[in-house]
Design a protein around this ligand. Structure first.
Ligand code: NAI
Ligand code: FMN
Length: 178
C-alpha cells in the first residue's frame, strides 16, 4: 500500500477562494516569464506558480490558468521557457501579467531562441528551456510538468520576488546572517 494516500474530500470544510488567495499572498515566490513559440505562434505570461519537481530527470512544474488568453498557444506548442526575473524586470512582469497584446509584451525585452524554439529572455537571472512531458488538470489550472532541455545562467545576483501582492528584491543586501 502507498504510504501517502489521497484524502477523501467528503465532508471537508469549504475554503473560500478569497481566503485561500489571502493566505497565498503571504507566501513569497520568485517571478518568472513563461514563453512559448511553435505551430501556434508566440505567447508568454508572468507566473509565480513554478516549482522544482525532481533533478532526475530534471523537471519543473508550471501552473497555467486554462482561462488565460495564452493557454491554447501553450497547449498546442508543447514547449516553453521559464525565465526567472531580476529587479530590472518589474515593467516586464506587469506587461506579461495580462491584458496586454502579445507583441507588445515581447517588444519590451531582448530574446534569443532556445533549443526548443521558445523565446529565452537574454538577461534573465536563470532560464530553463523545456518540453512539456505531462499535463494534469487541477481545478481552473493545468499543471505542466516540464522536462528541462537547456539551462542558461544569467550574470545578476539579485532576483525579483512577489510577496504580499508587491514586488521585492532578493540579494546580498537582504540576506539574513545565520
Ligand atoms: N497561480 C496563479 O494563477 C496566479 C495568478 N495571479 C494573477 O494575478 C492577479 C493578481 O494577483 P495578486 O496581486 O497576488 O492578488 P490575488 O489576491 O488575486 O492573489 C493572491 C495570491 O493568491 C494566489 N492566486 C491568485 N489567483 C490564483 C488562482 N487563480 N489560482 C491559484 N492561486 C491564485 C497567488 O499565490 C497570488 O499571489 C490574480 O488575480 C491572478 O489573476 C497571480 C499570482 C498567481
Ligand atoms: C506576479 C504575477 C504572477 C502570476 N502568476 C501566474 C501563474 O503562476 N499562473 C497563471 O496561470 N497566471 C499567473 N498570473 C496571471 C498571468 O500572468 C496572466 O493571466 C496571463 O498574462 C494571461 O493574461 P491574459 O489572459 O490577459 O492574456 C500571474 C500574474 C502576475 C502579475
Amino acid at each position: 500500500m502507498n504510504a501517502i494516500q489521497t484524502a477523501s474530500l467528503e465532508g471537508a470544510a469549504t475554503i473560500d477562494p478569497a481566503a485561500f488567495r489571502n493566505a497565498m499572498a503571504r507566501l513569497g515566490a520568485a517571478v518568472h516569464i513563461i514563453t512559448t513559440d511553435g505551430v501556434a505562434g508566440r505567447a508568454g505570461f508572468a507566473a509565480t506558480a513554478v516549482c522544482s519537481v525532481t533533478d532526475t530527470p530534471p523537471t519543473l512544474l508550471v501552473c497555467l490558468n486554462r482561462s488565460s488568453s495564452v493557454f491554447s498557444t501553450f497547449e498546442a506548442n508543447g514547449v516553453l521557457s521559464v525565465n526567472t526575473l531580476g529587479p530590472g524586470h518589474l515593467r516586464l512582469s506587469s506587461l506579461f501579467g495580462g491584458k496586454t497584446p502579445v507583441e507588445e509584451r515581447f517588444a519590451a525585452a531582448d530574446w534569443v531562441t532556445g533549443d526548443t524554439g521558445a523565446p529565452v529572455l537574454s538577461d534573465a537571472v536563470t532560464s530553463f528551456d523545456c518540453r512539456v512531458a505531462e499535463a494534469v488538470d487541477v481545478g481552473t489550472h493545468k499543471v505542466l510538468f516540464c522536462r528541462v532541455v537547456t539551462l542558461r545562467a544569467g550574470s545578476t545576483d539579485e532576483a525579483l520576488a512577489y510577496y504580499q501582492r508587491a514586488y521585492h528584491v532578493l540579494g546580498e543586501a537582504s540576506r539574513v546572517p545565520g
